[in-house]
Design a binder for this molecule. Structure first.
Ligand SMILES: *[C@@H]1O[C@H](CO)[C@@H](O)[C@H](O)[C@H]1NC(C)=O
Length: 209
């Protein structure tokens, strides 16, 4: 009997402690740890911390990919700190593309706000899944897998993506290979691409080595 009472009191204490920590709005002036930012004191938390207006504005698509990713990750949106969520806005001009990339830390779900987007991913067993998405469609991209989005509308397309991490991470394959200092001979040895093609892409994307 005593044991049971003890167990119940432990459970009660544990659950009240969990409830007491409703959120941990990030103190963005602190240095982030992999687990996030330090909590802002609750007395200085306001409704502003739980809202973010940065995705209302189109990103600048005057670039080589004719596309823009506007993040609403924890660094922009302090209320996400410690929660398993973040978001971003994709703007893609005619012919715009978010090149093959992965988010090492998060699954992604994409919602097409306007336009027409061809999107797909490659699985670990090299199966390829591609869909043309129209306004209102959703597509999911499992964590860590290489995927892309391509605007196939005759005008611009907009999508909202949501991740199940406050910092999803982003690694773009072409940028890792051709916008970095990865030595050309090693890119050649590790990808089987021709030296001329590697040098051409490094020239376009700004890589060195
Ligand atoms: C968009 O980016 C381009 C290239 O960096 C720049 O020249 C242009 O001024 C930017 N446009 C706006 C509206 O910020």
């Amino acid at each position: 009997m005593l044991h049971i009472i003890f167990l119940f009191s432990l459970l009660f204490t544990a659950s009240t402690n969990v409830l007491a920590q409703d959120f941990c709005v990030g103190d963005l002036k602190s240095s982030p740890y992999p687990s996030g930012y330090a909590c802002k004191p609750e007395t200085s938390v306001t409704a502003e911390d739980f809202a973010y207006s940065g995705l209302g504005v189109p990103g600048n698509t005057s670039n080589i990919i004719k596309a823009a990713v506007t993040p609403a990750f924890v660094a922009q949106f302090a209320g996400l700190n410690g929660l398993g969520l973040s978001s971003a806005r994709l703007d893609m001009d005619v012919g715009g593309v978010i090149p093959l990339h992965t988010h090492p830390g998060a699954d992604e779900i994409l919602f097409v706000v306007s336009g027409r987007i061809k999107a797909g991913f490659v699985s670990s067993s090299n199966a390829v899944y591609i869909k043309v998405l129209k306004k209102g469609d959703l597509m999911v991209f499992p964590k860590g897998l290489l995927h892309f989005q391509l605007n196939v509308a005759k005008h611009s397309s907009v999508a909202i993506v949501t991740f199940n991490k406050p910092v999803p991470g982003l690694q773009i394959l072409d940028f890792a290979l051709f916008a970095s200092s990865f030595p050309t001979a090693l890119v050649e040895a590790t990808t089987f691409l021709d030296e001329a093609q590697i040098k051409k892409l490094k020239g376009v994307l700004g890589g060195t080595g």
